[in-house]
Design a protein around this ligand. Structure first.
Ligand code: V0V
Ligand code: CO
Length: 158
């Protein structure tokens, strides 16, 4: 793998995921204590989460890709969800790092070709119309790595 090639596909950090037991309490804490803003809330049944996207500063243009970066607060929707298991095992805290890529299927295939385990055969629905897949934390230095393909502006903002 060429370093230039890897740098070209992992474009930037899209967001950092944080597991929390109580979403409303966490949103209030990030707003009131850290001065961050909640840009978006969503329930994703397939991923088993209620989530909130918090921005470090008012995003230029109001989009989800604010220049100050995003923290995704994740609370479980059921005791069987991945985030519930995480909270049971290690308590609240850093859960994943998500990187923006142009083409989540192509990037998943490239990483699979290097022998990394991708969690899904094909990308699934993520926040705000994005397509997502994950690299297993055991194949990524102990970090759950998310790949995010944002919808093009034309199809986005559903
Ligand atoms: C588990 N492990 C982790 C981890 N979760 N290590 C780092 N970060 C995490 N988040 C470790 C765990 O401590 C074990 O280590 C090992 O991996 C295997 O654990 P396991 O018993 O198989 O753990 P499970 O059953 O909890 O499964 C882990 C995976 C699961 C990653 C496979 O959490 C999963 O399917 N995640 C993908 C879906 C997800 O996380 N959705 C929520 C975000 P030892 O003890 O063996 O050393 S949704 C989202 O981000 C959205 C919607 C979005 O951004 O748009
Ligand atoms: Co995420």
């Amino acid at each position: 793998l060429q370093r230039e090639e890897a740098a070209a596909v992992f474009q930037r950090i899209d967001h950092v995921g944080v597991a929390v037991p109580d979403l409303d309490a966490a949103v209030a804490w990030y707003e009131q204590t850290l001065g961050m803003r909640c840009l978006h809330r969503e329930v994703n049944q397939e991923q088993g989460v209620r989530e909130a996207m918090m921005a470090c500063e008012p995003a230029a243009g109001g989009g989800l890709a604010g220049p100050g970066g995003l923290v995704q607060l994740l609370a479980p929707v059921s005791p069987e969800s991945a985030v519930a298991r995480f909270l049971d095992r290690q308590g609240p805290g850093l859960h994943h790092v998500a990187y923006a890529v142009d083409d989540v299927e192509a990037e998943s295939a490239r990483l699979r070709g290097l022998g990394l385990r991708l969690l899904y055969e094909s990308a699934r629905k993520g926040t705000a119309g994005s397509r997502i897949n994950f690299v297993h934390p055991k194949d990524a230095g102990g970090v759950l790595v998310e790949l995010v393909e944002r919808p093009s502006p034309a199809e986005g903002r559903a």
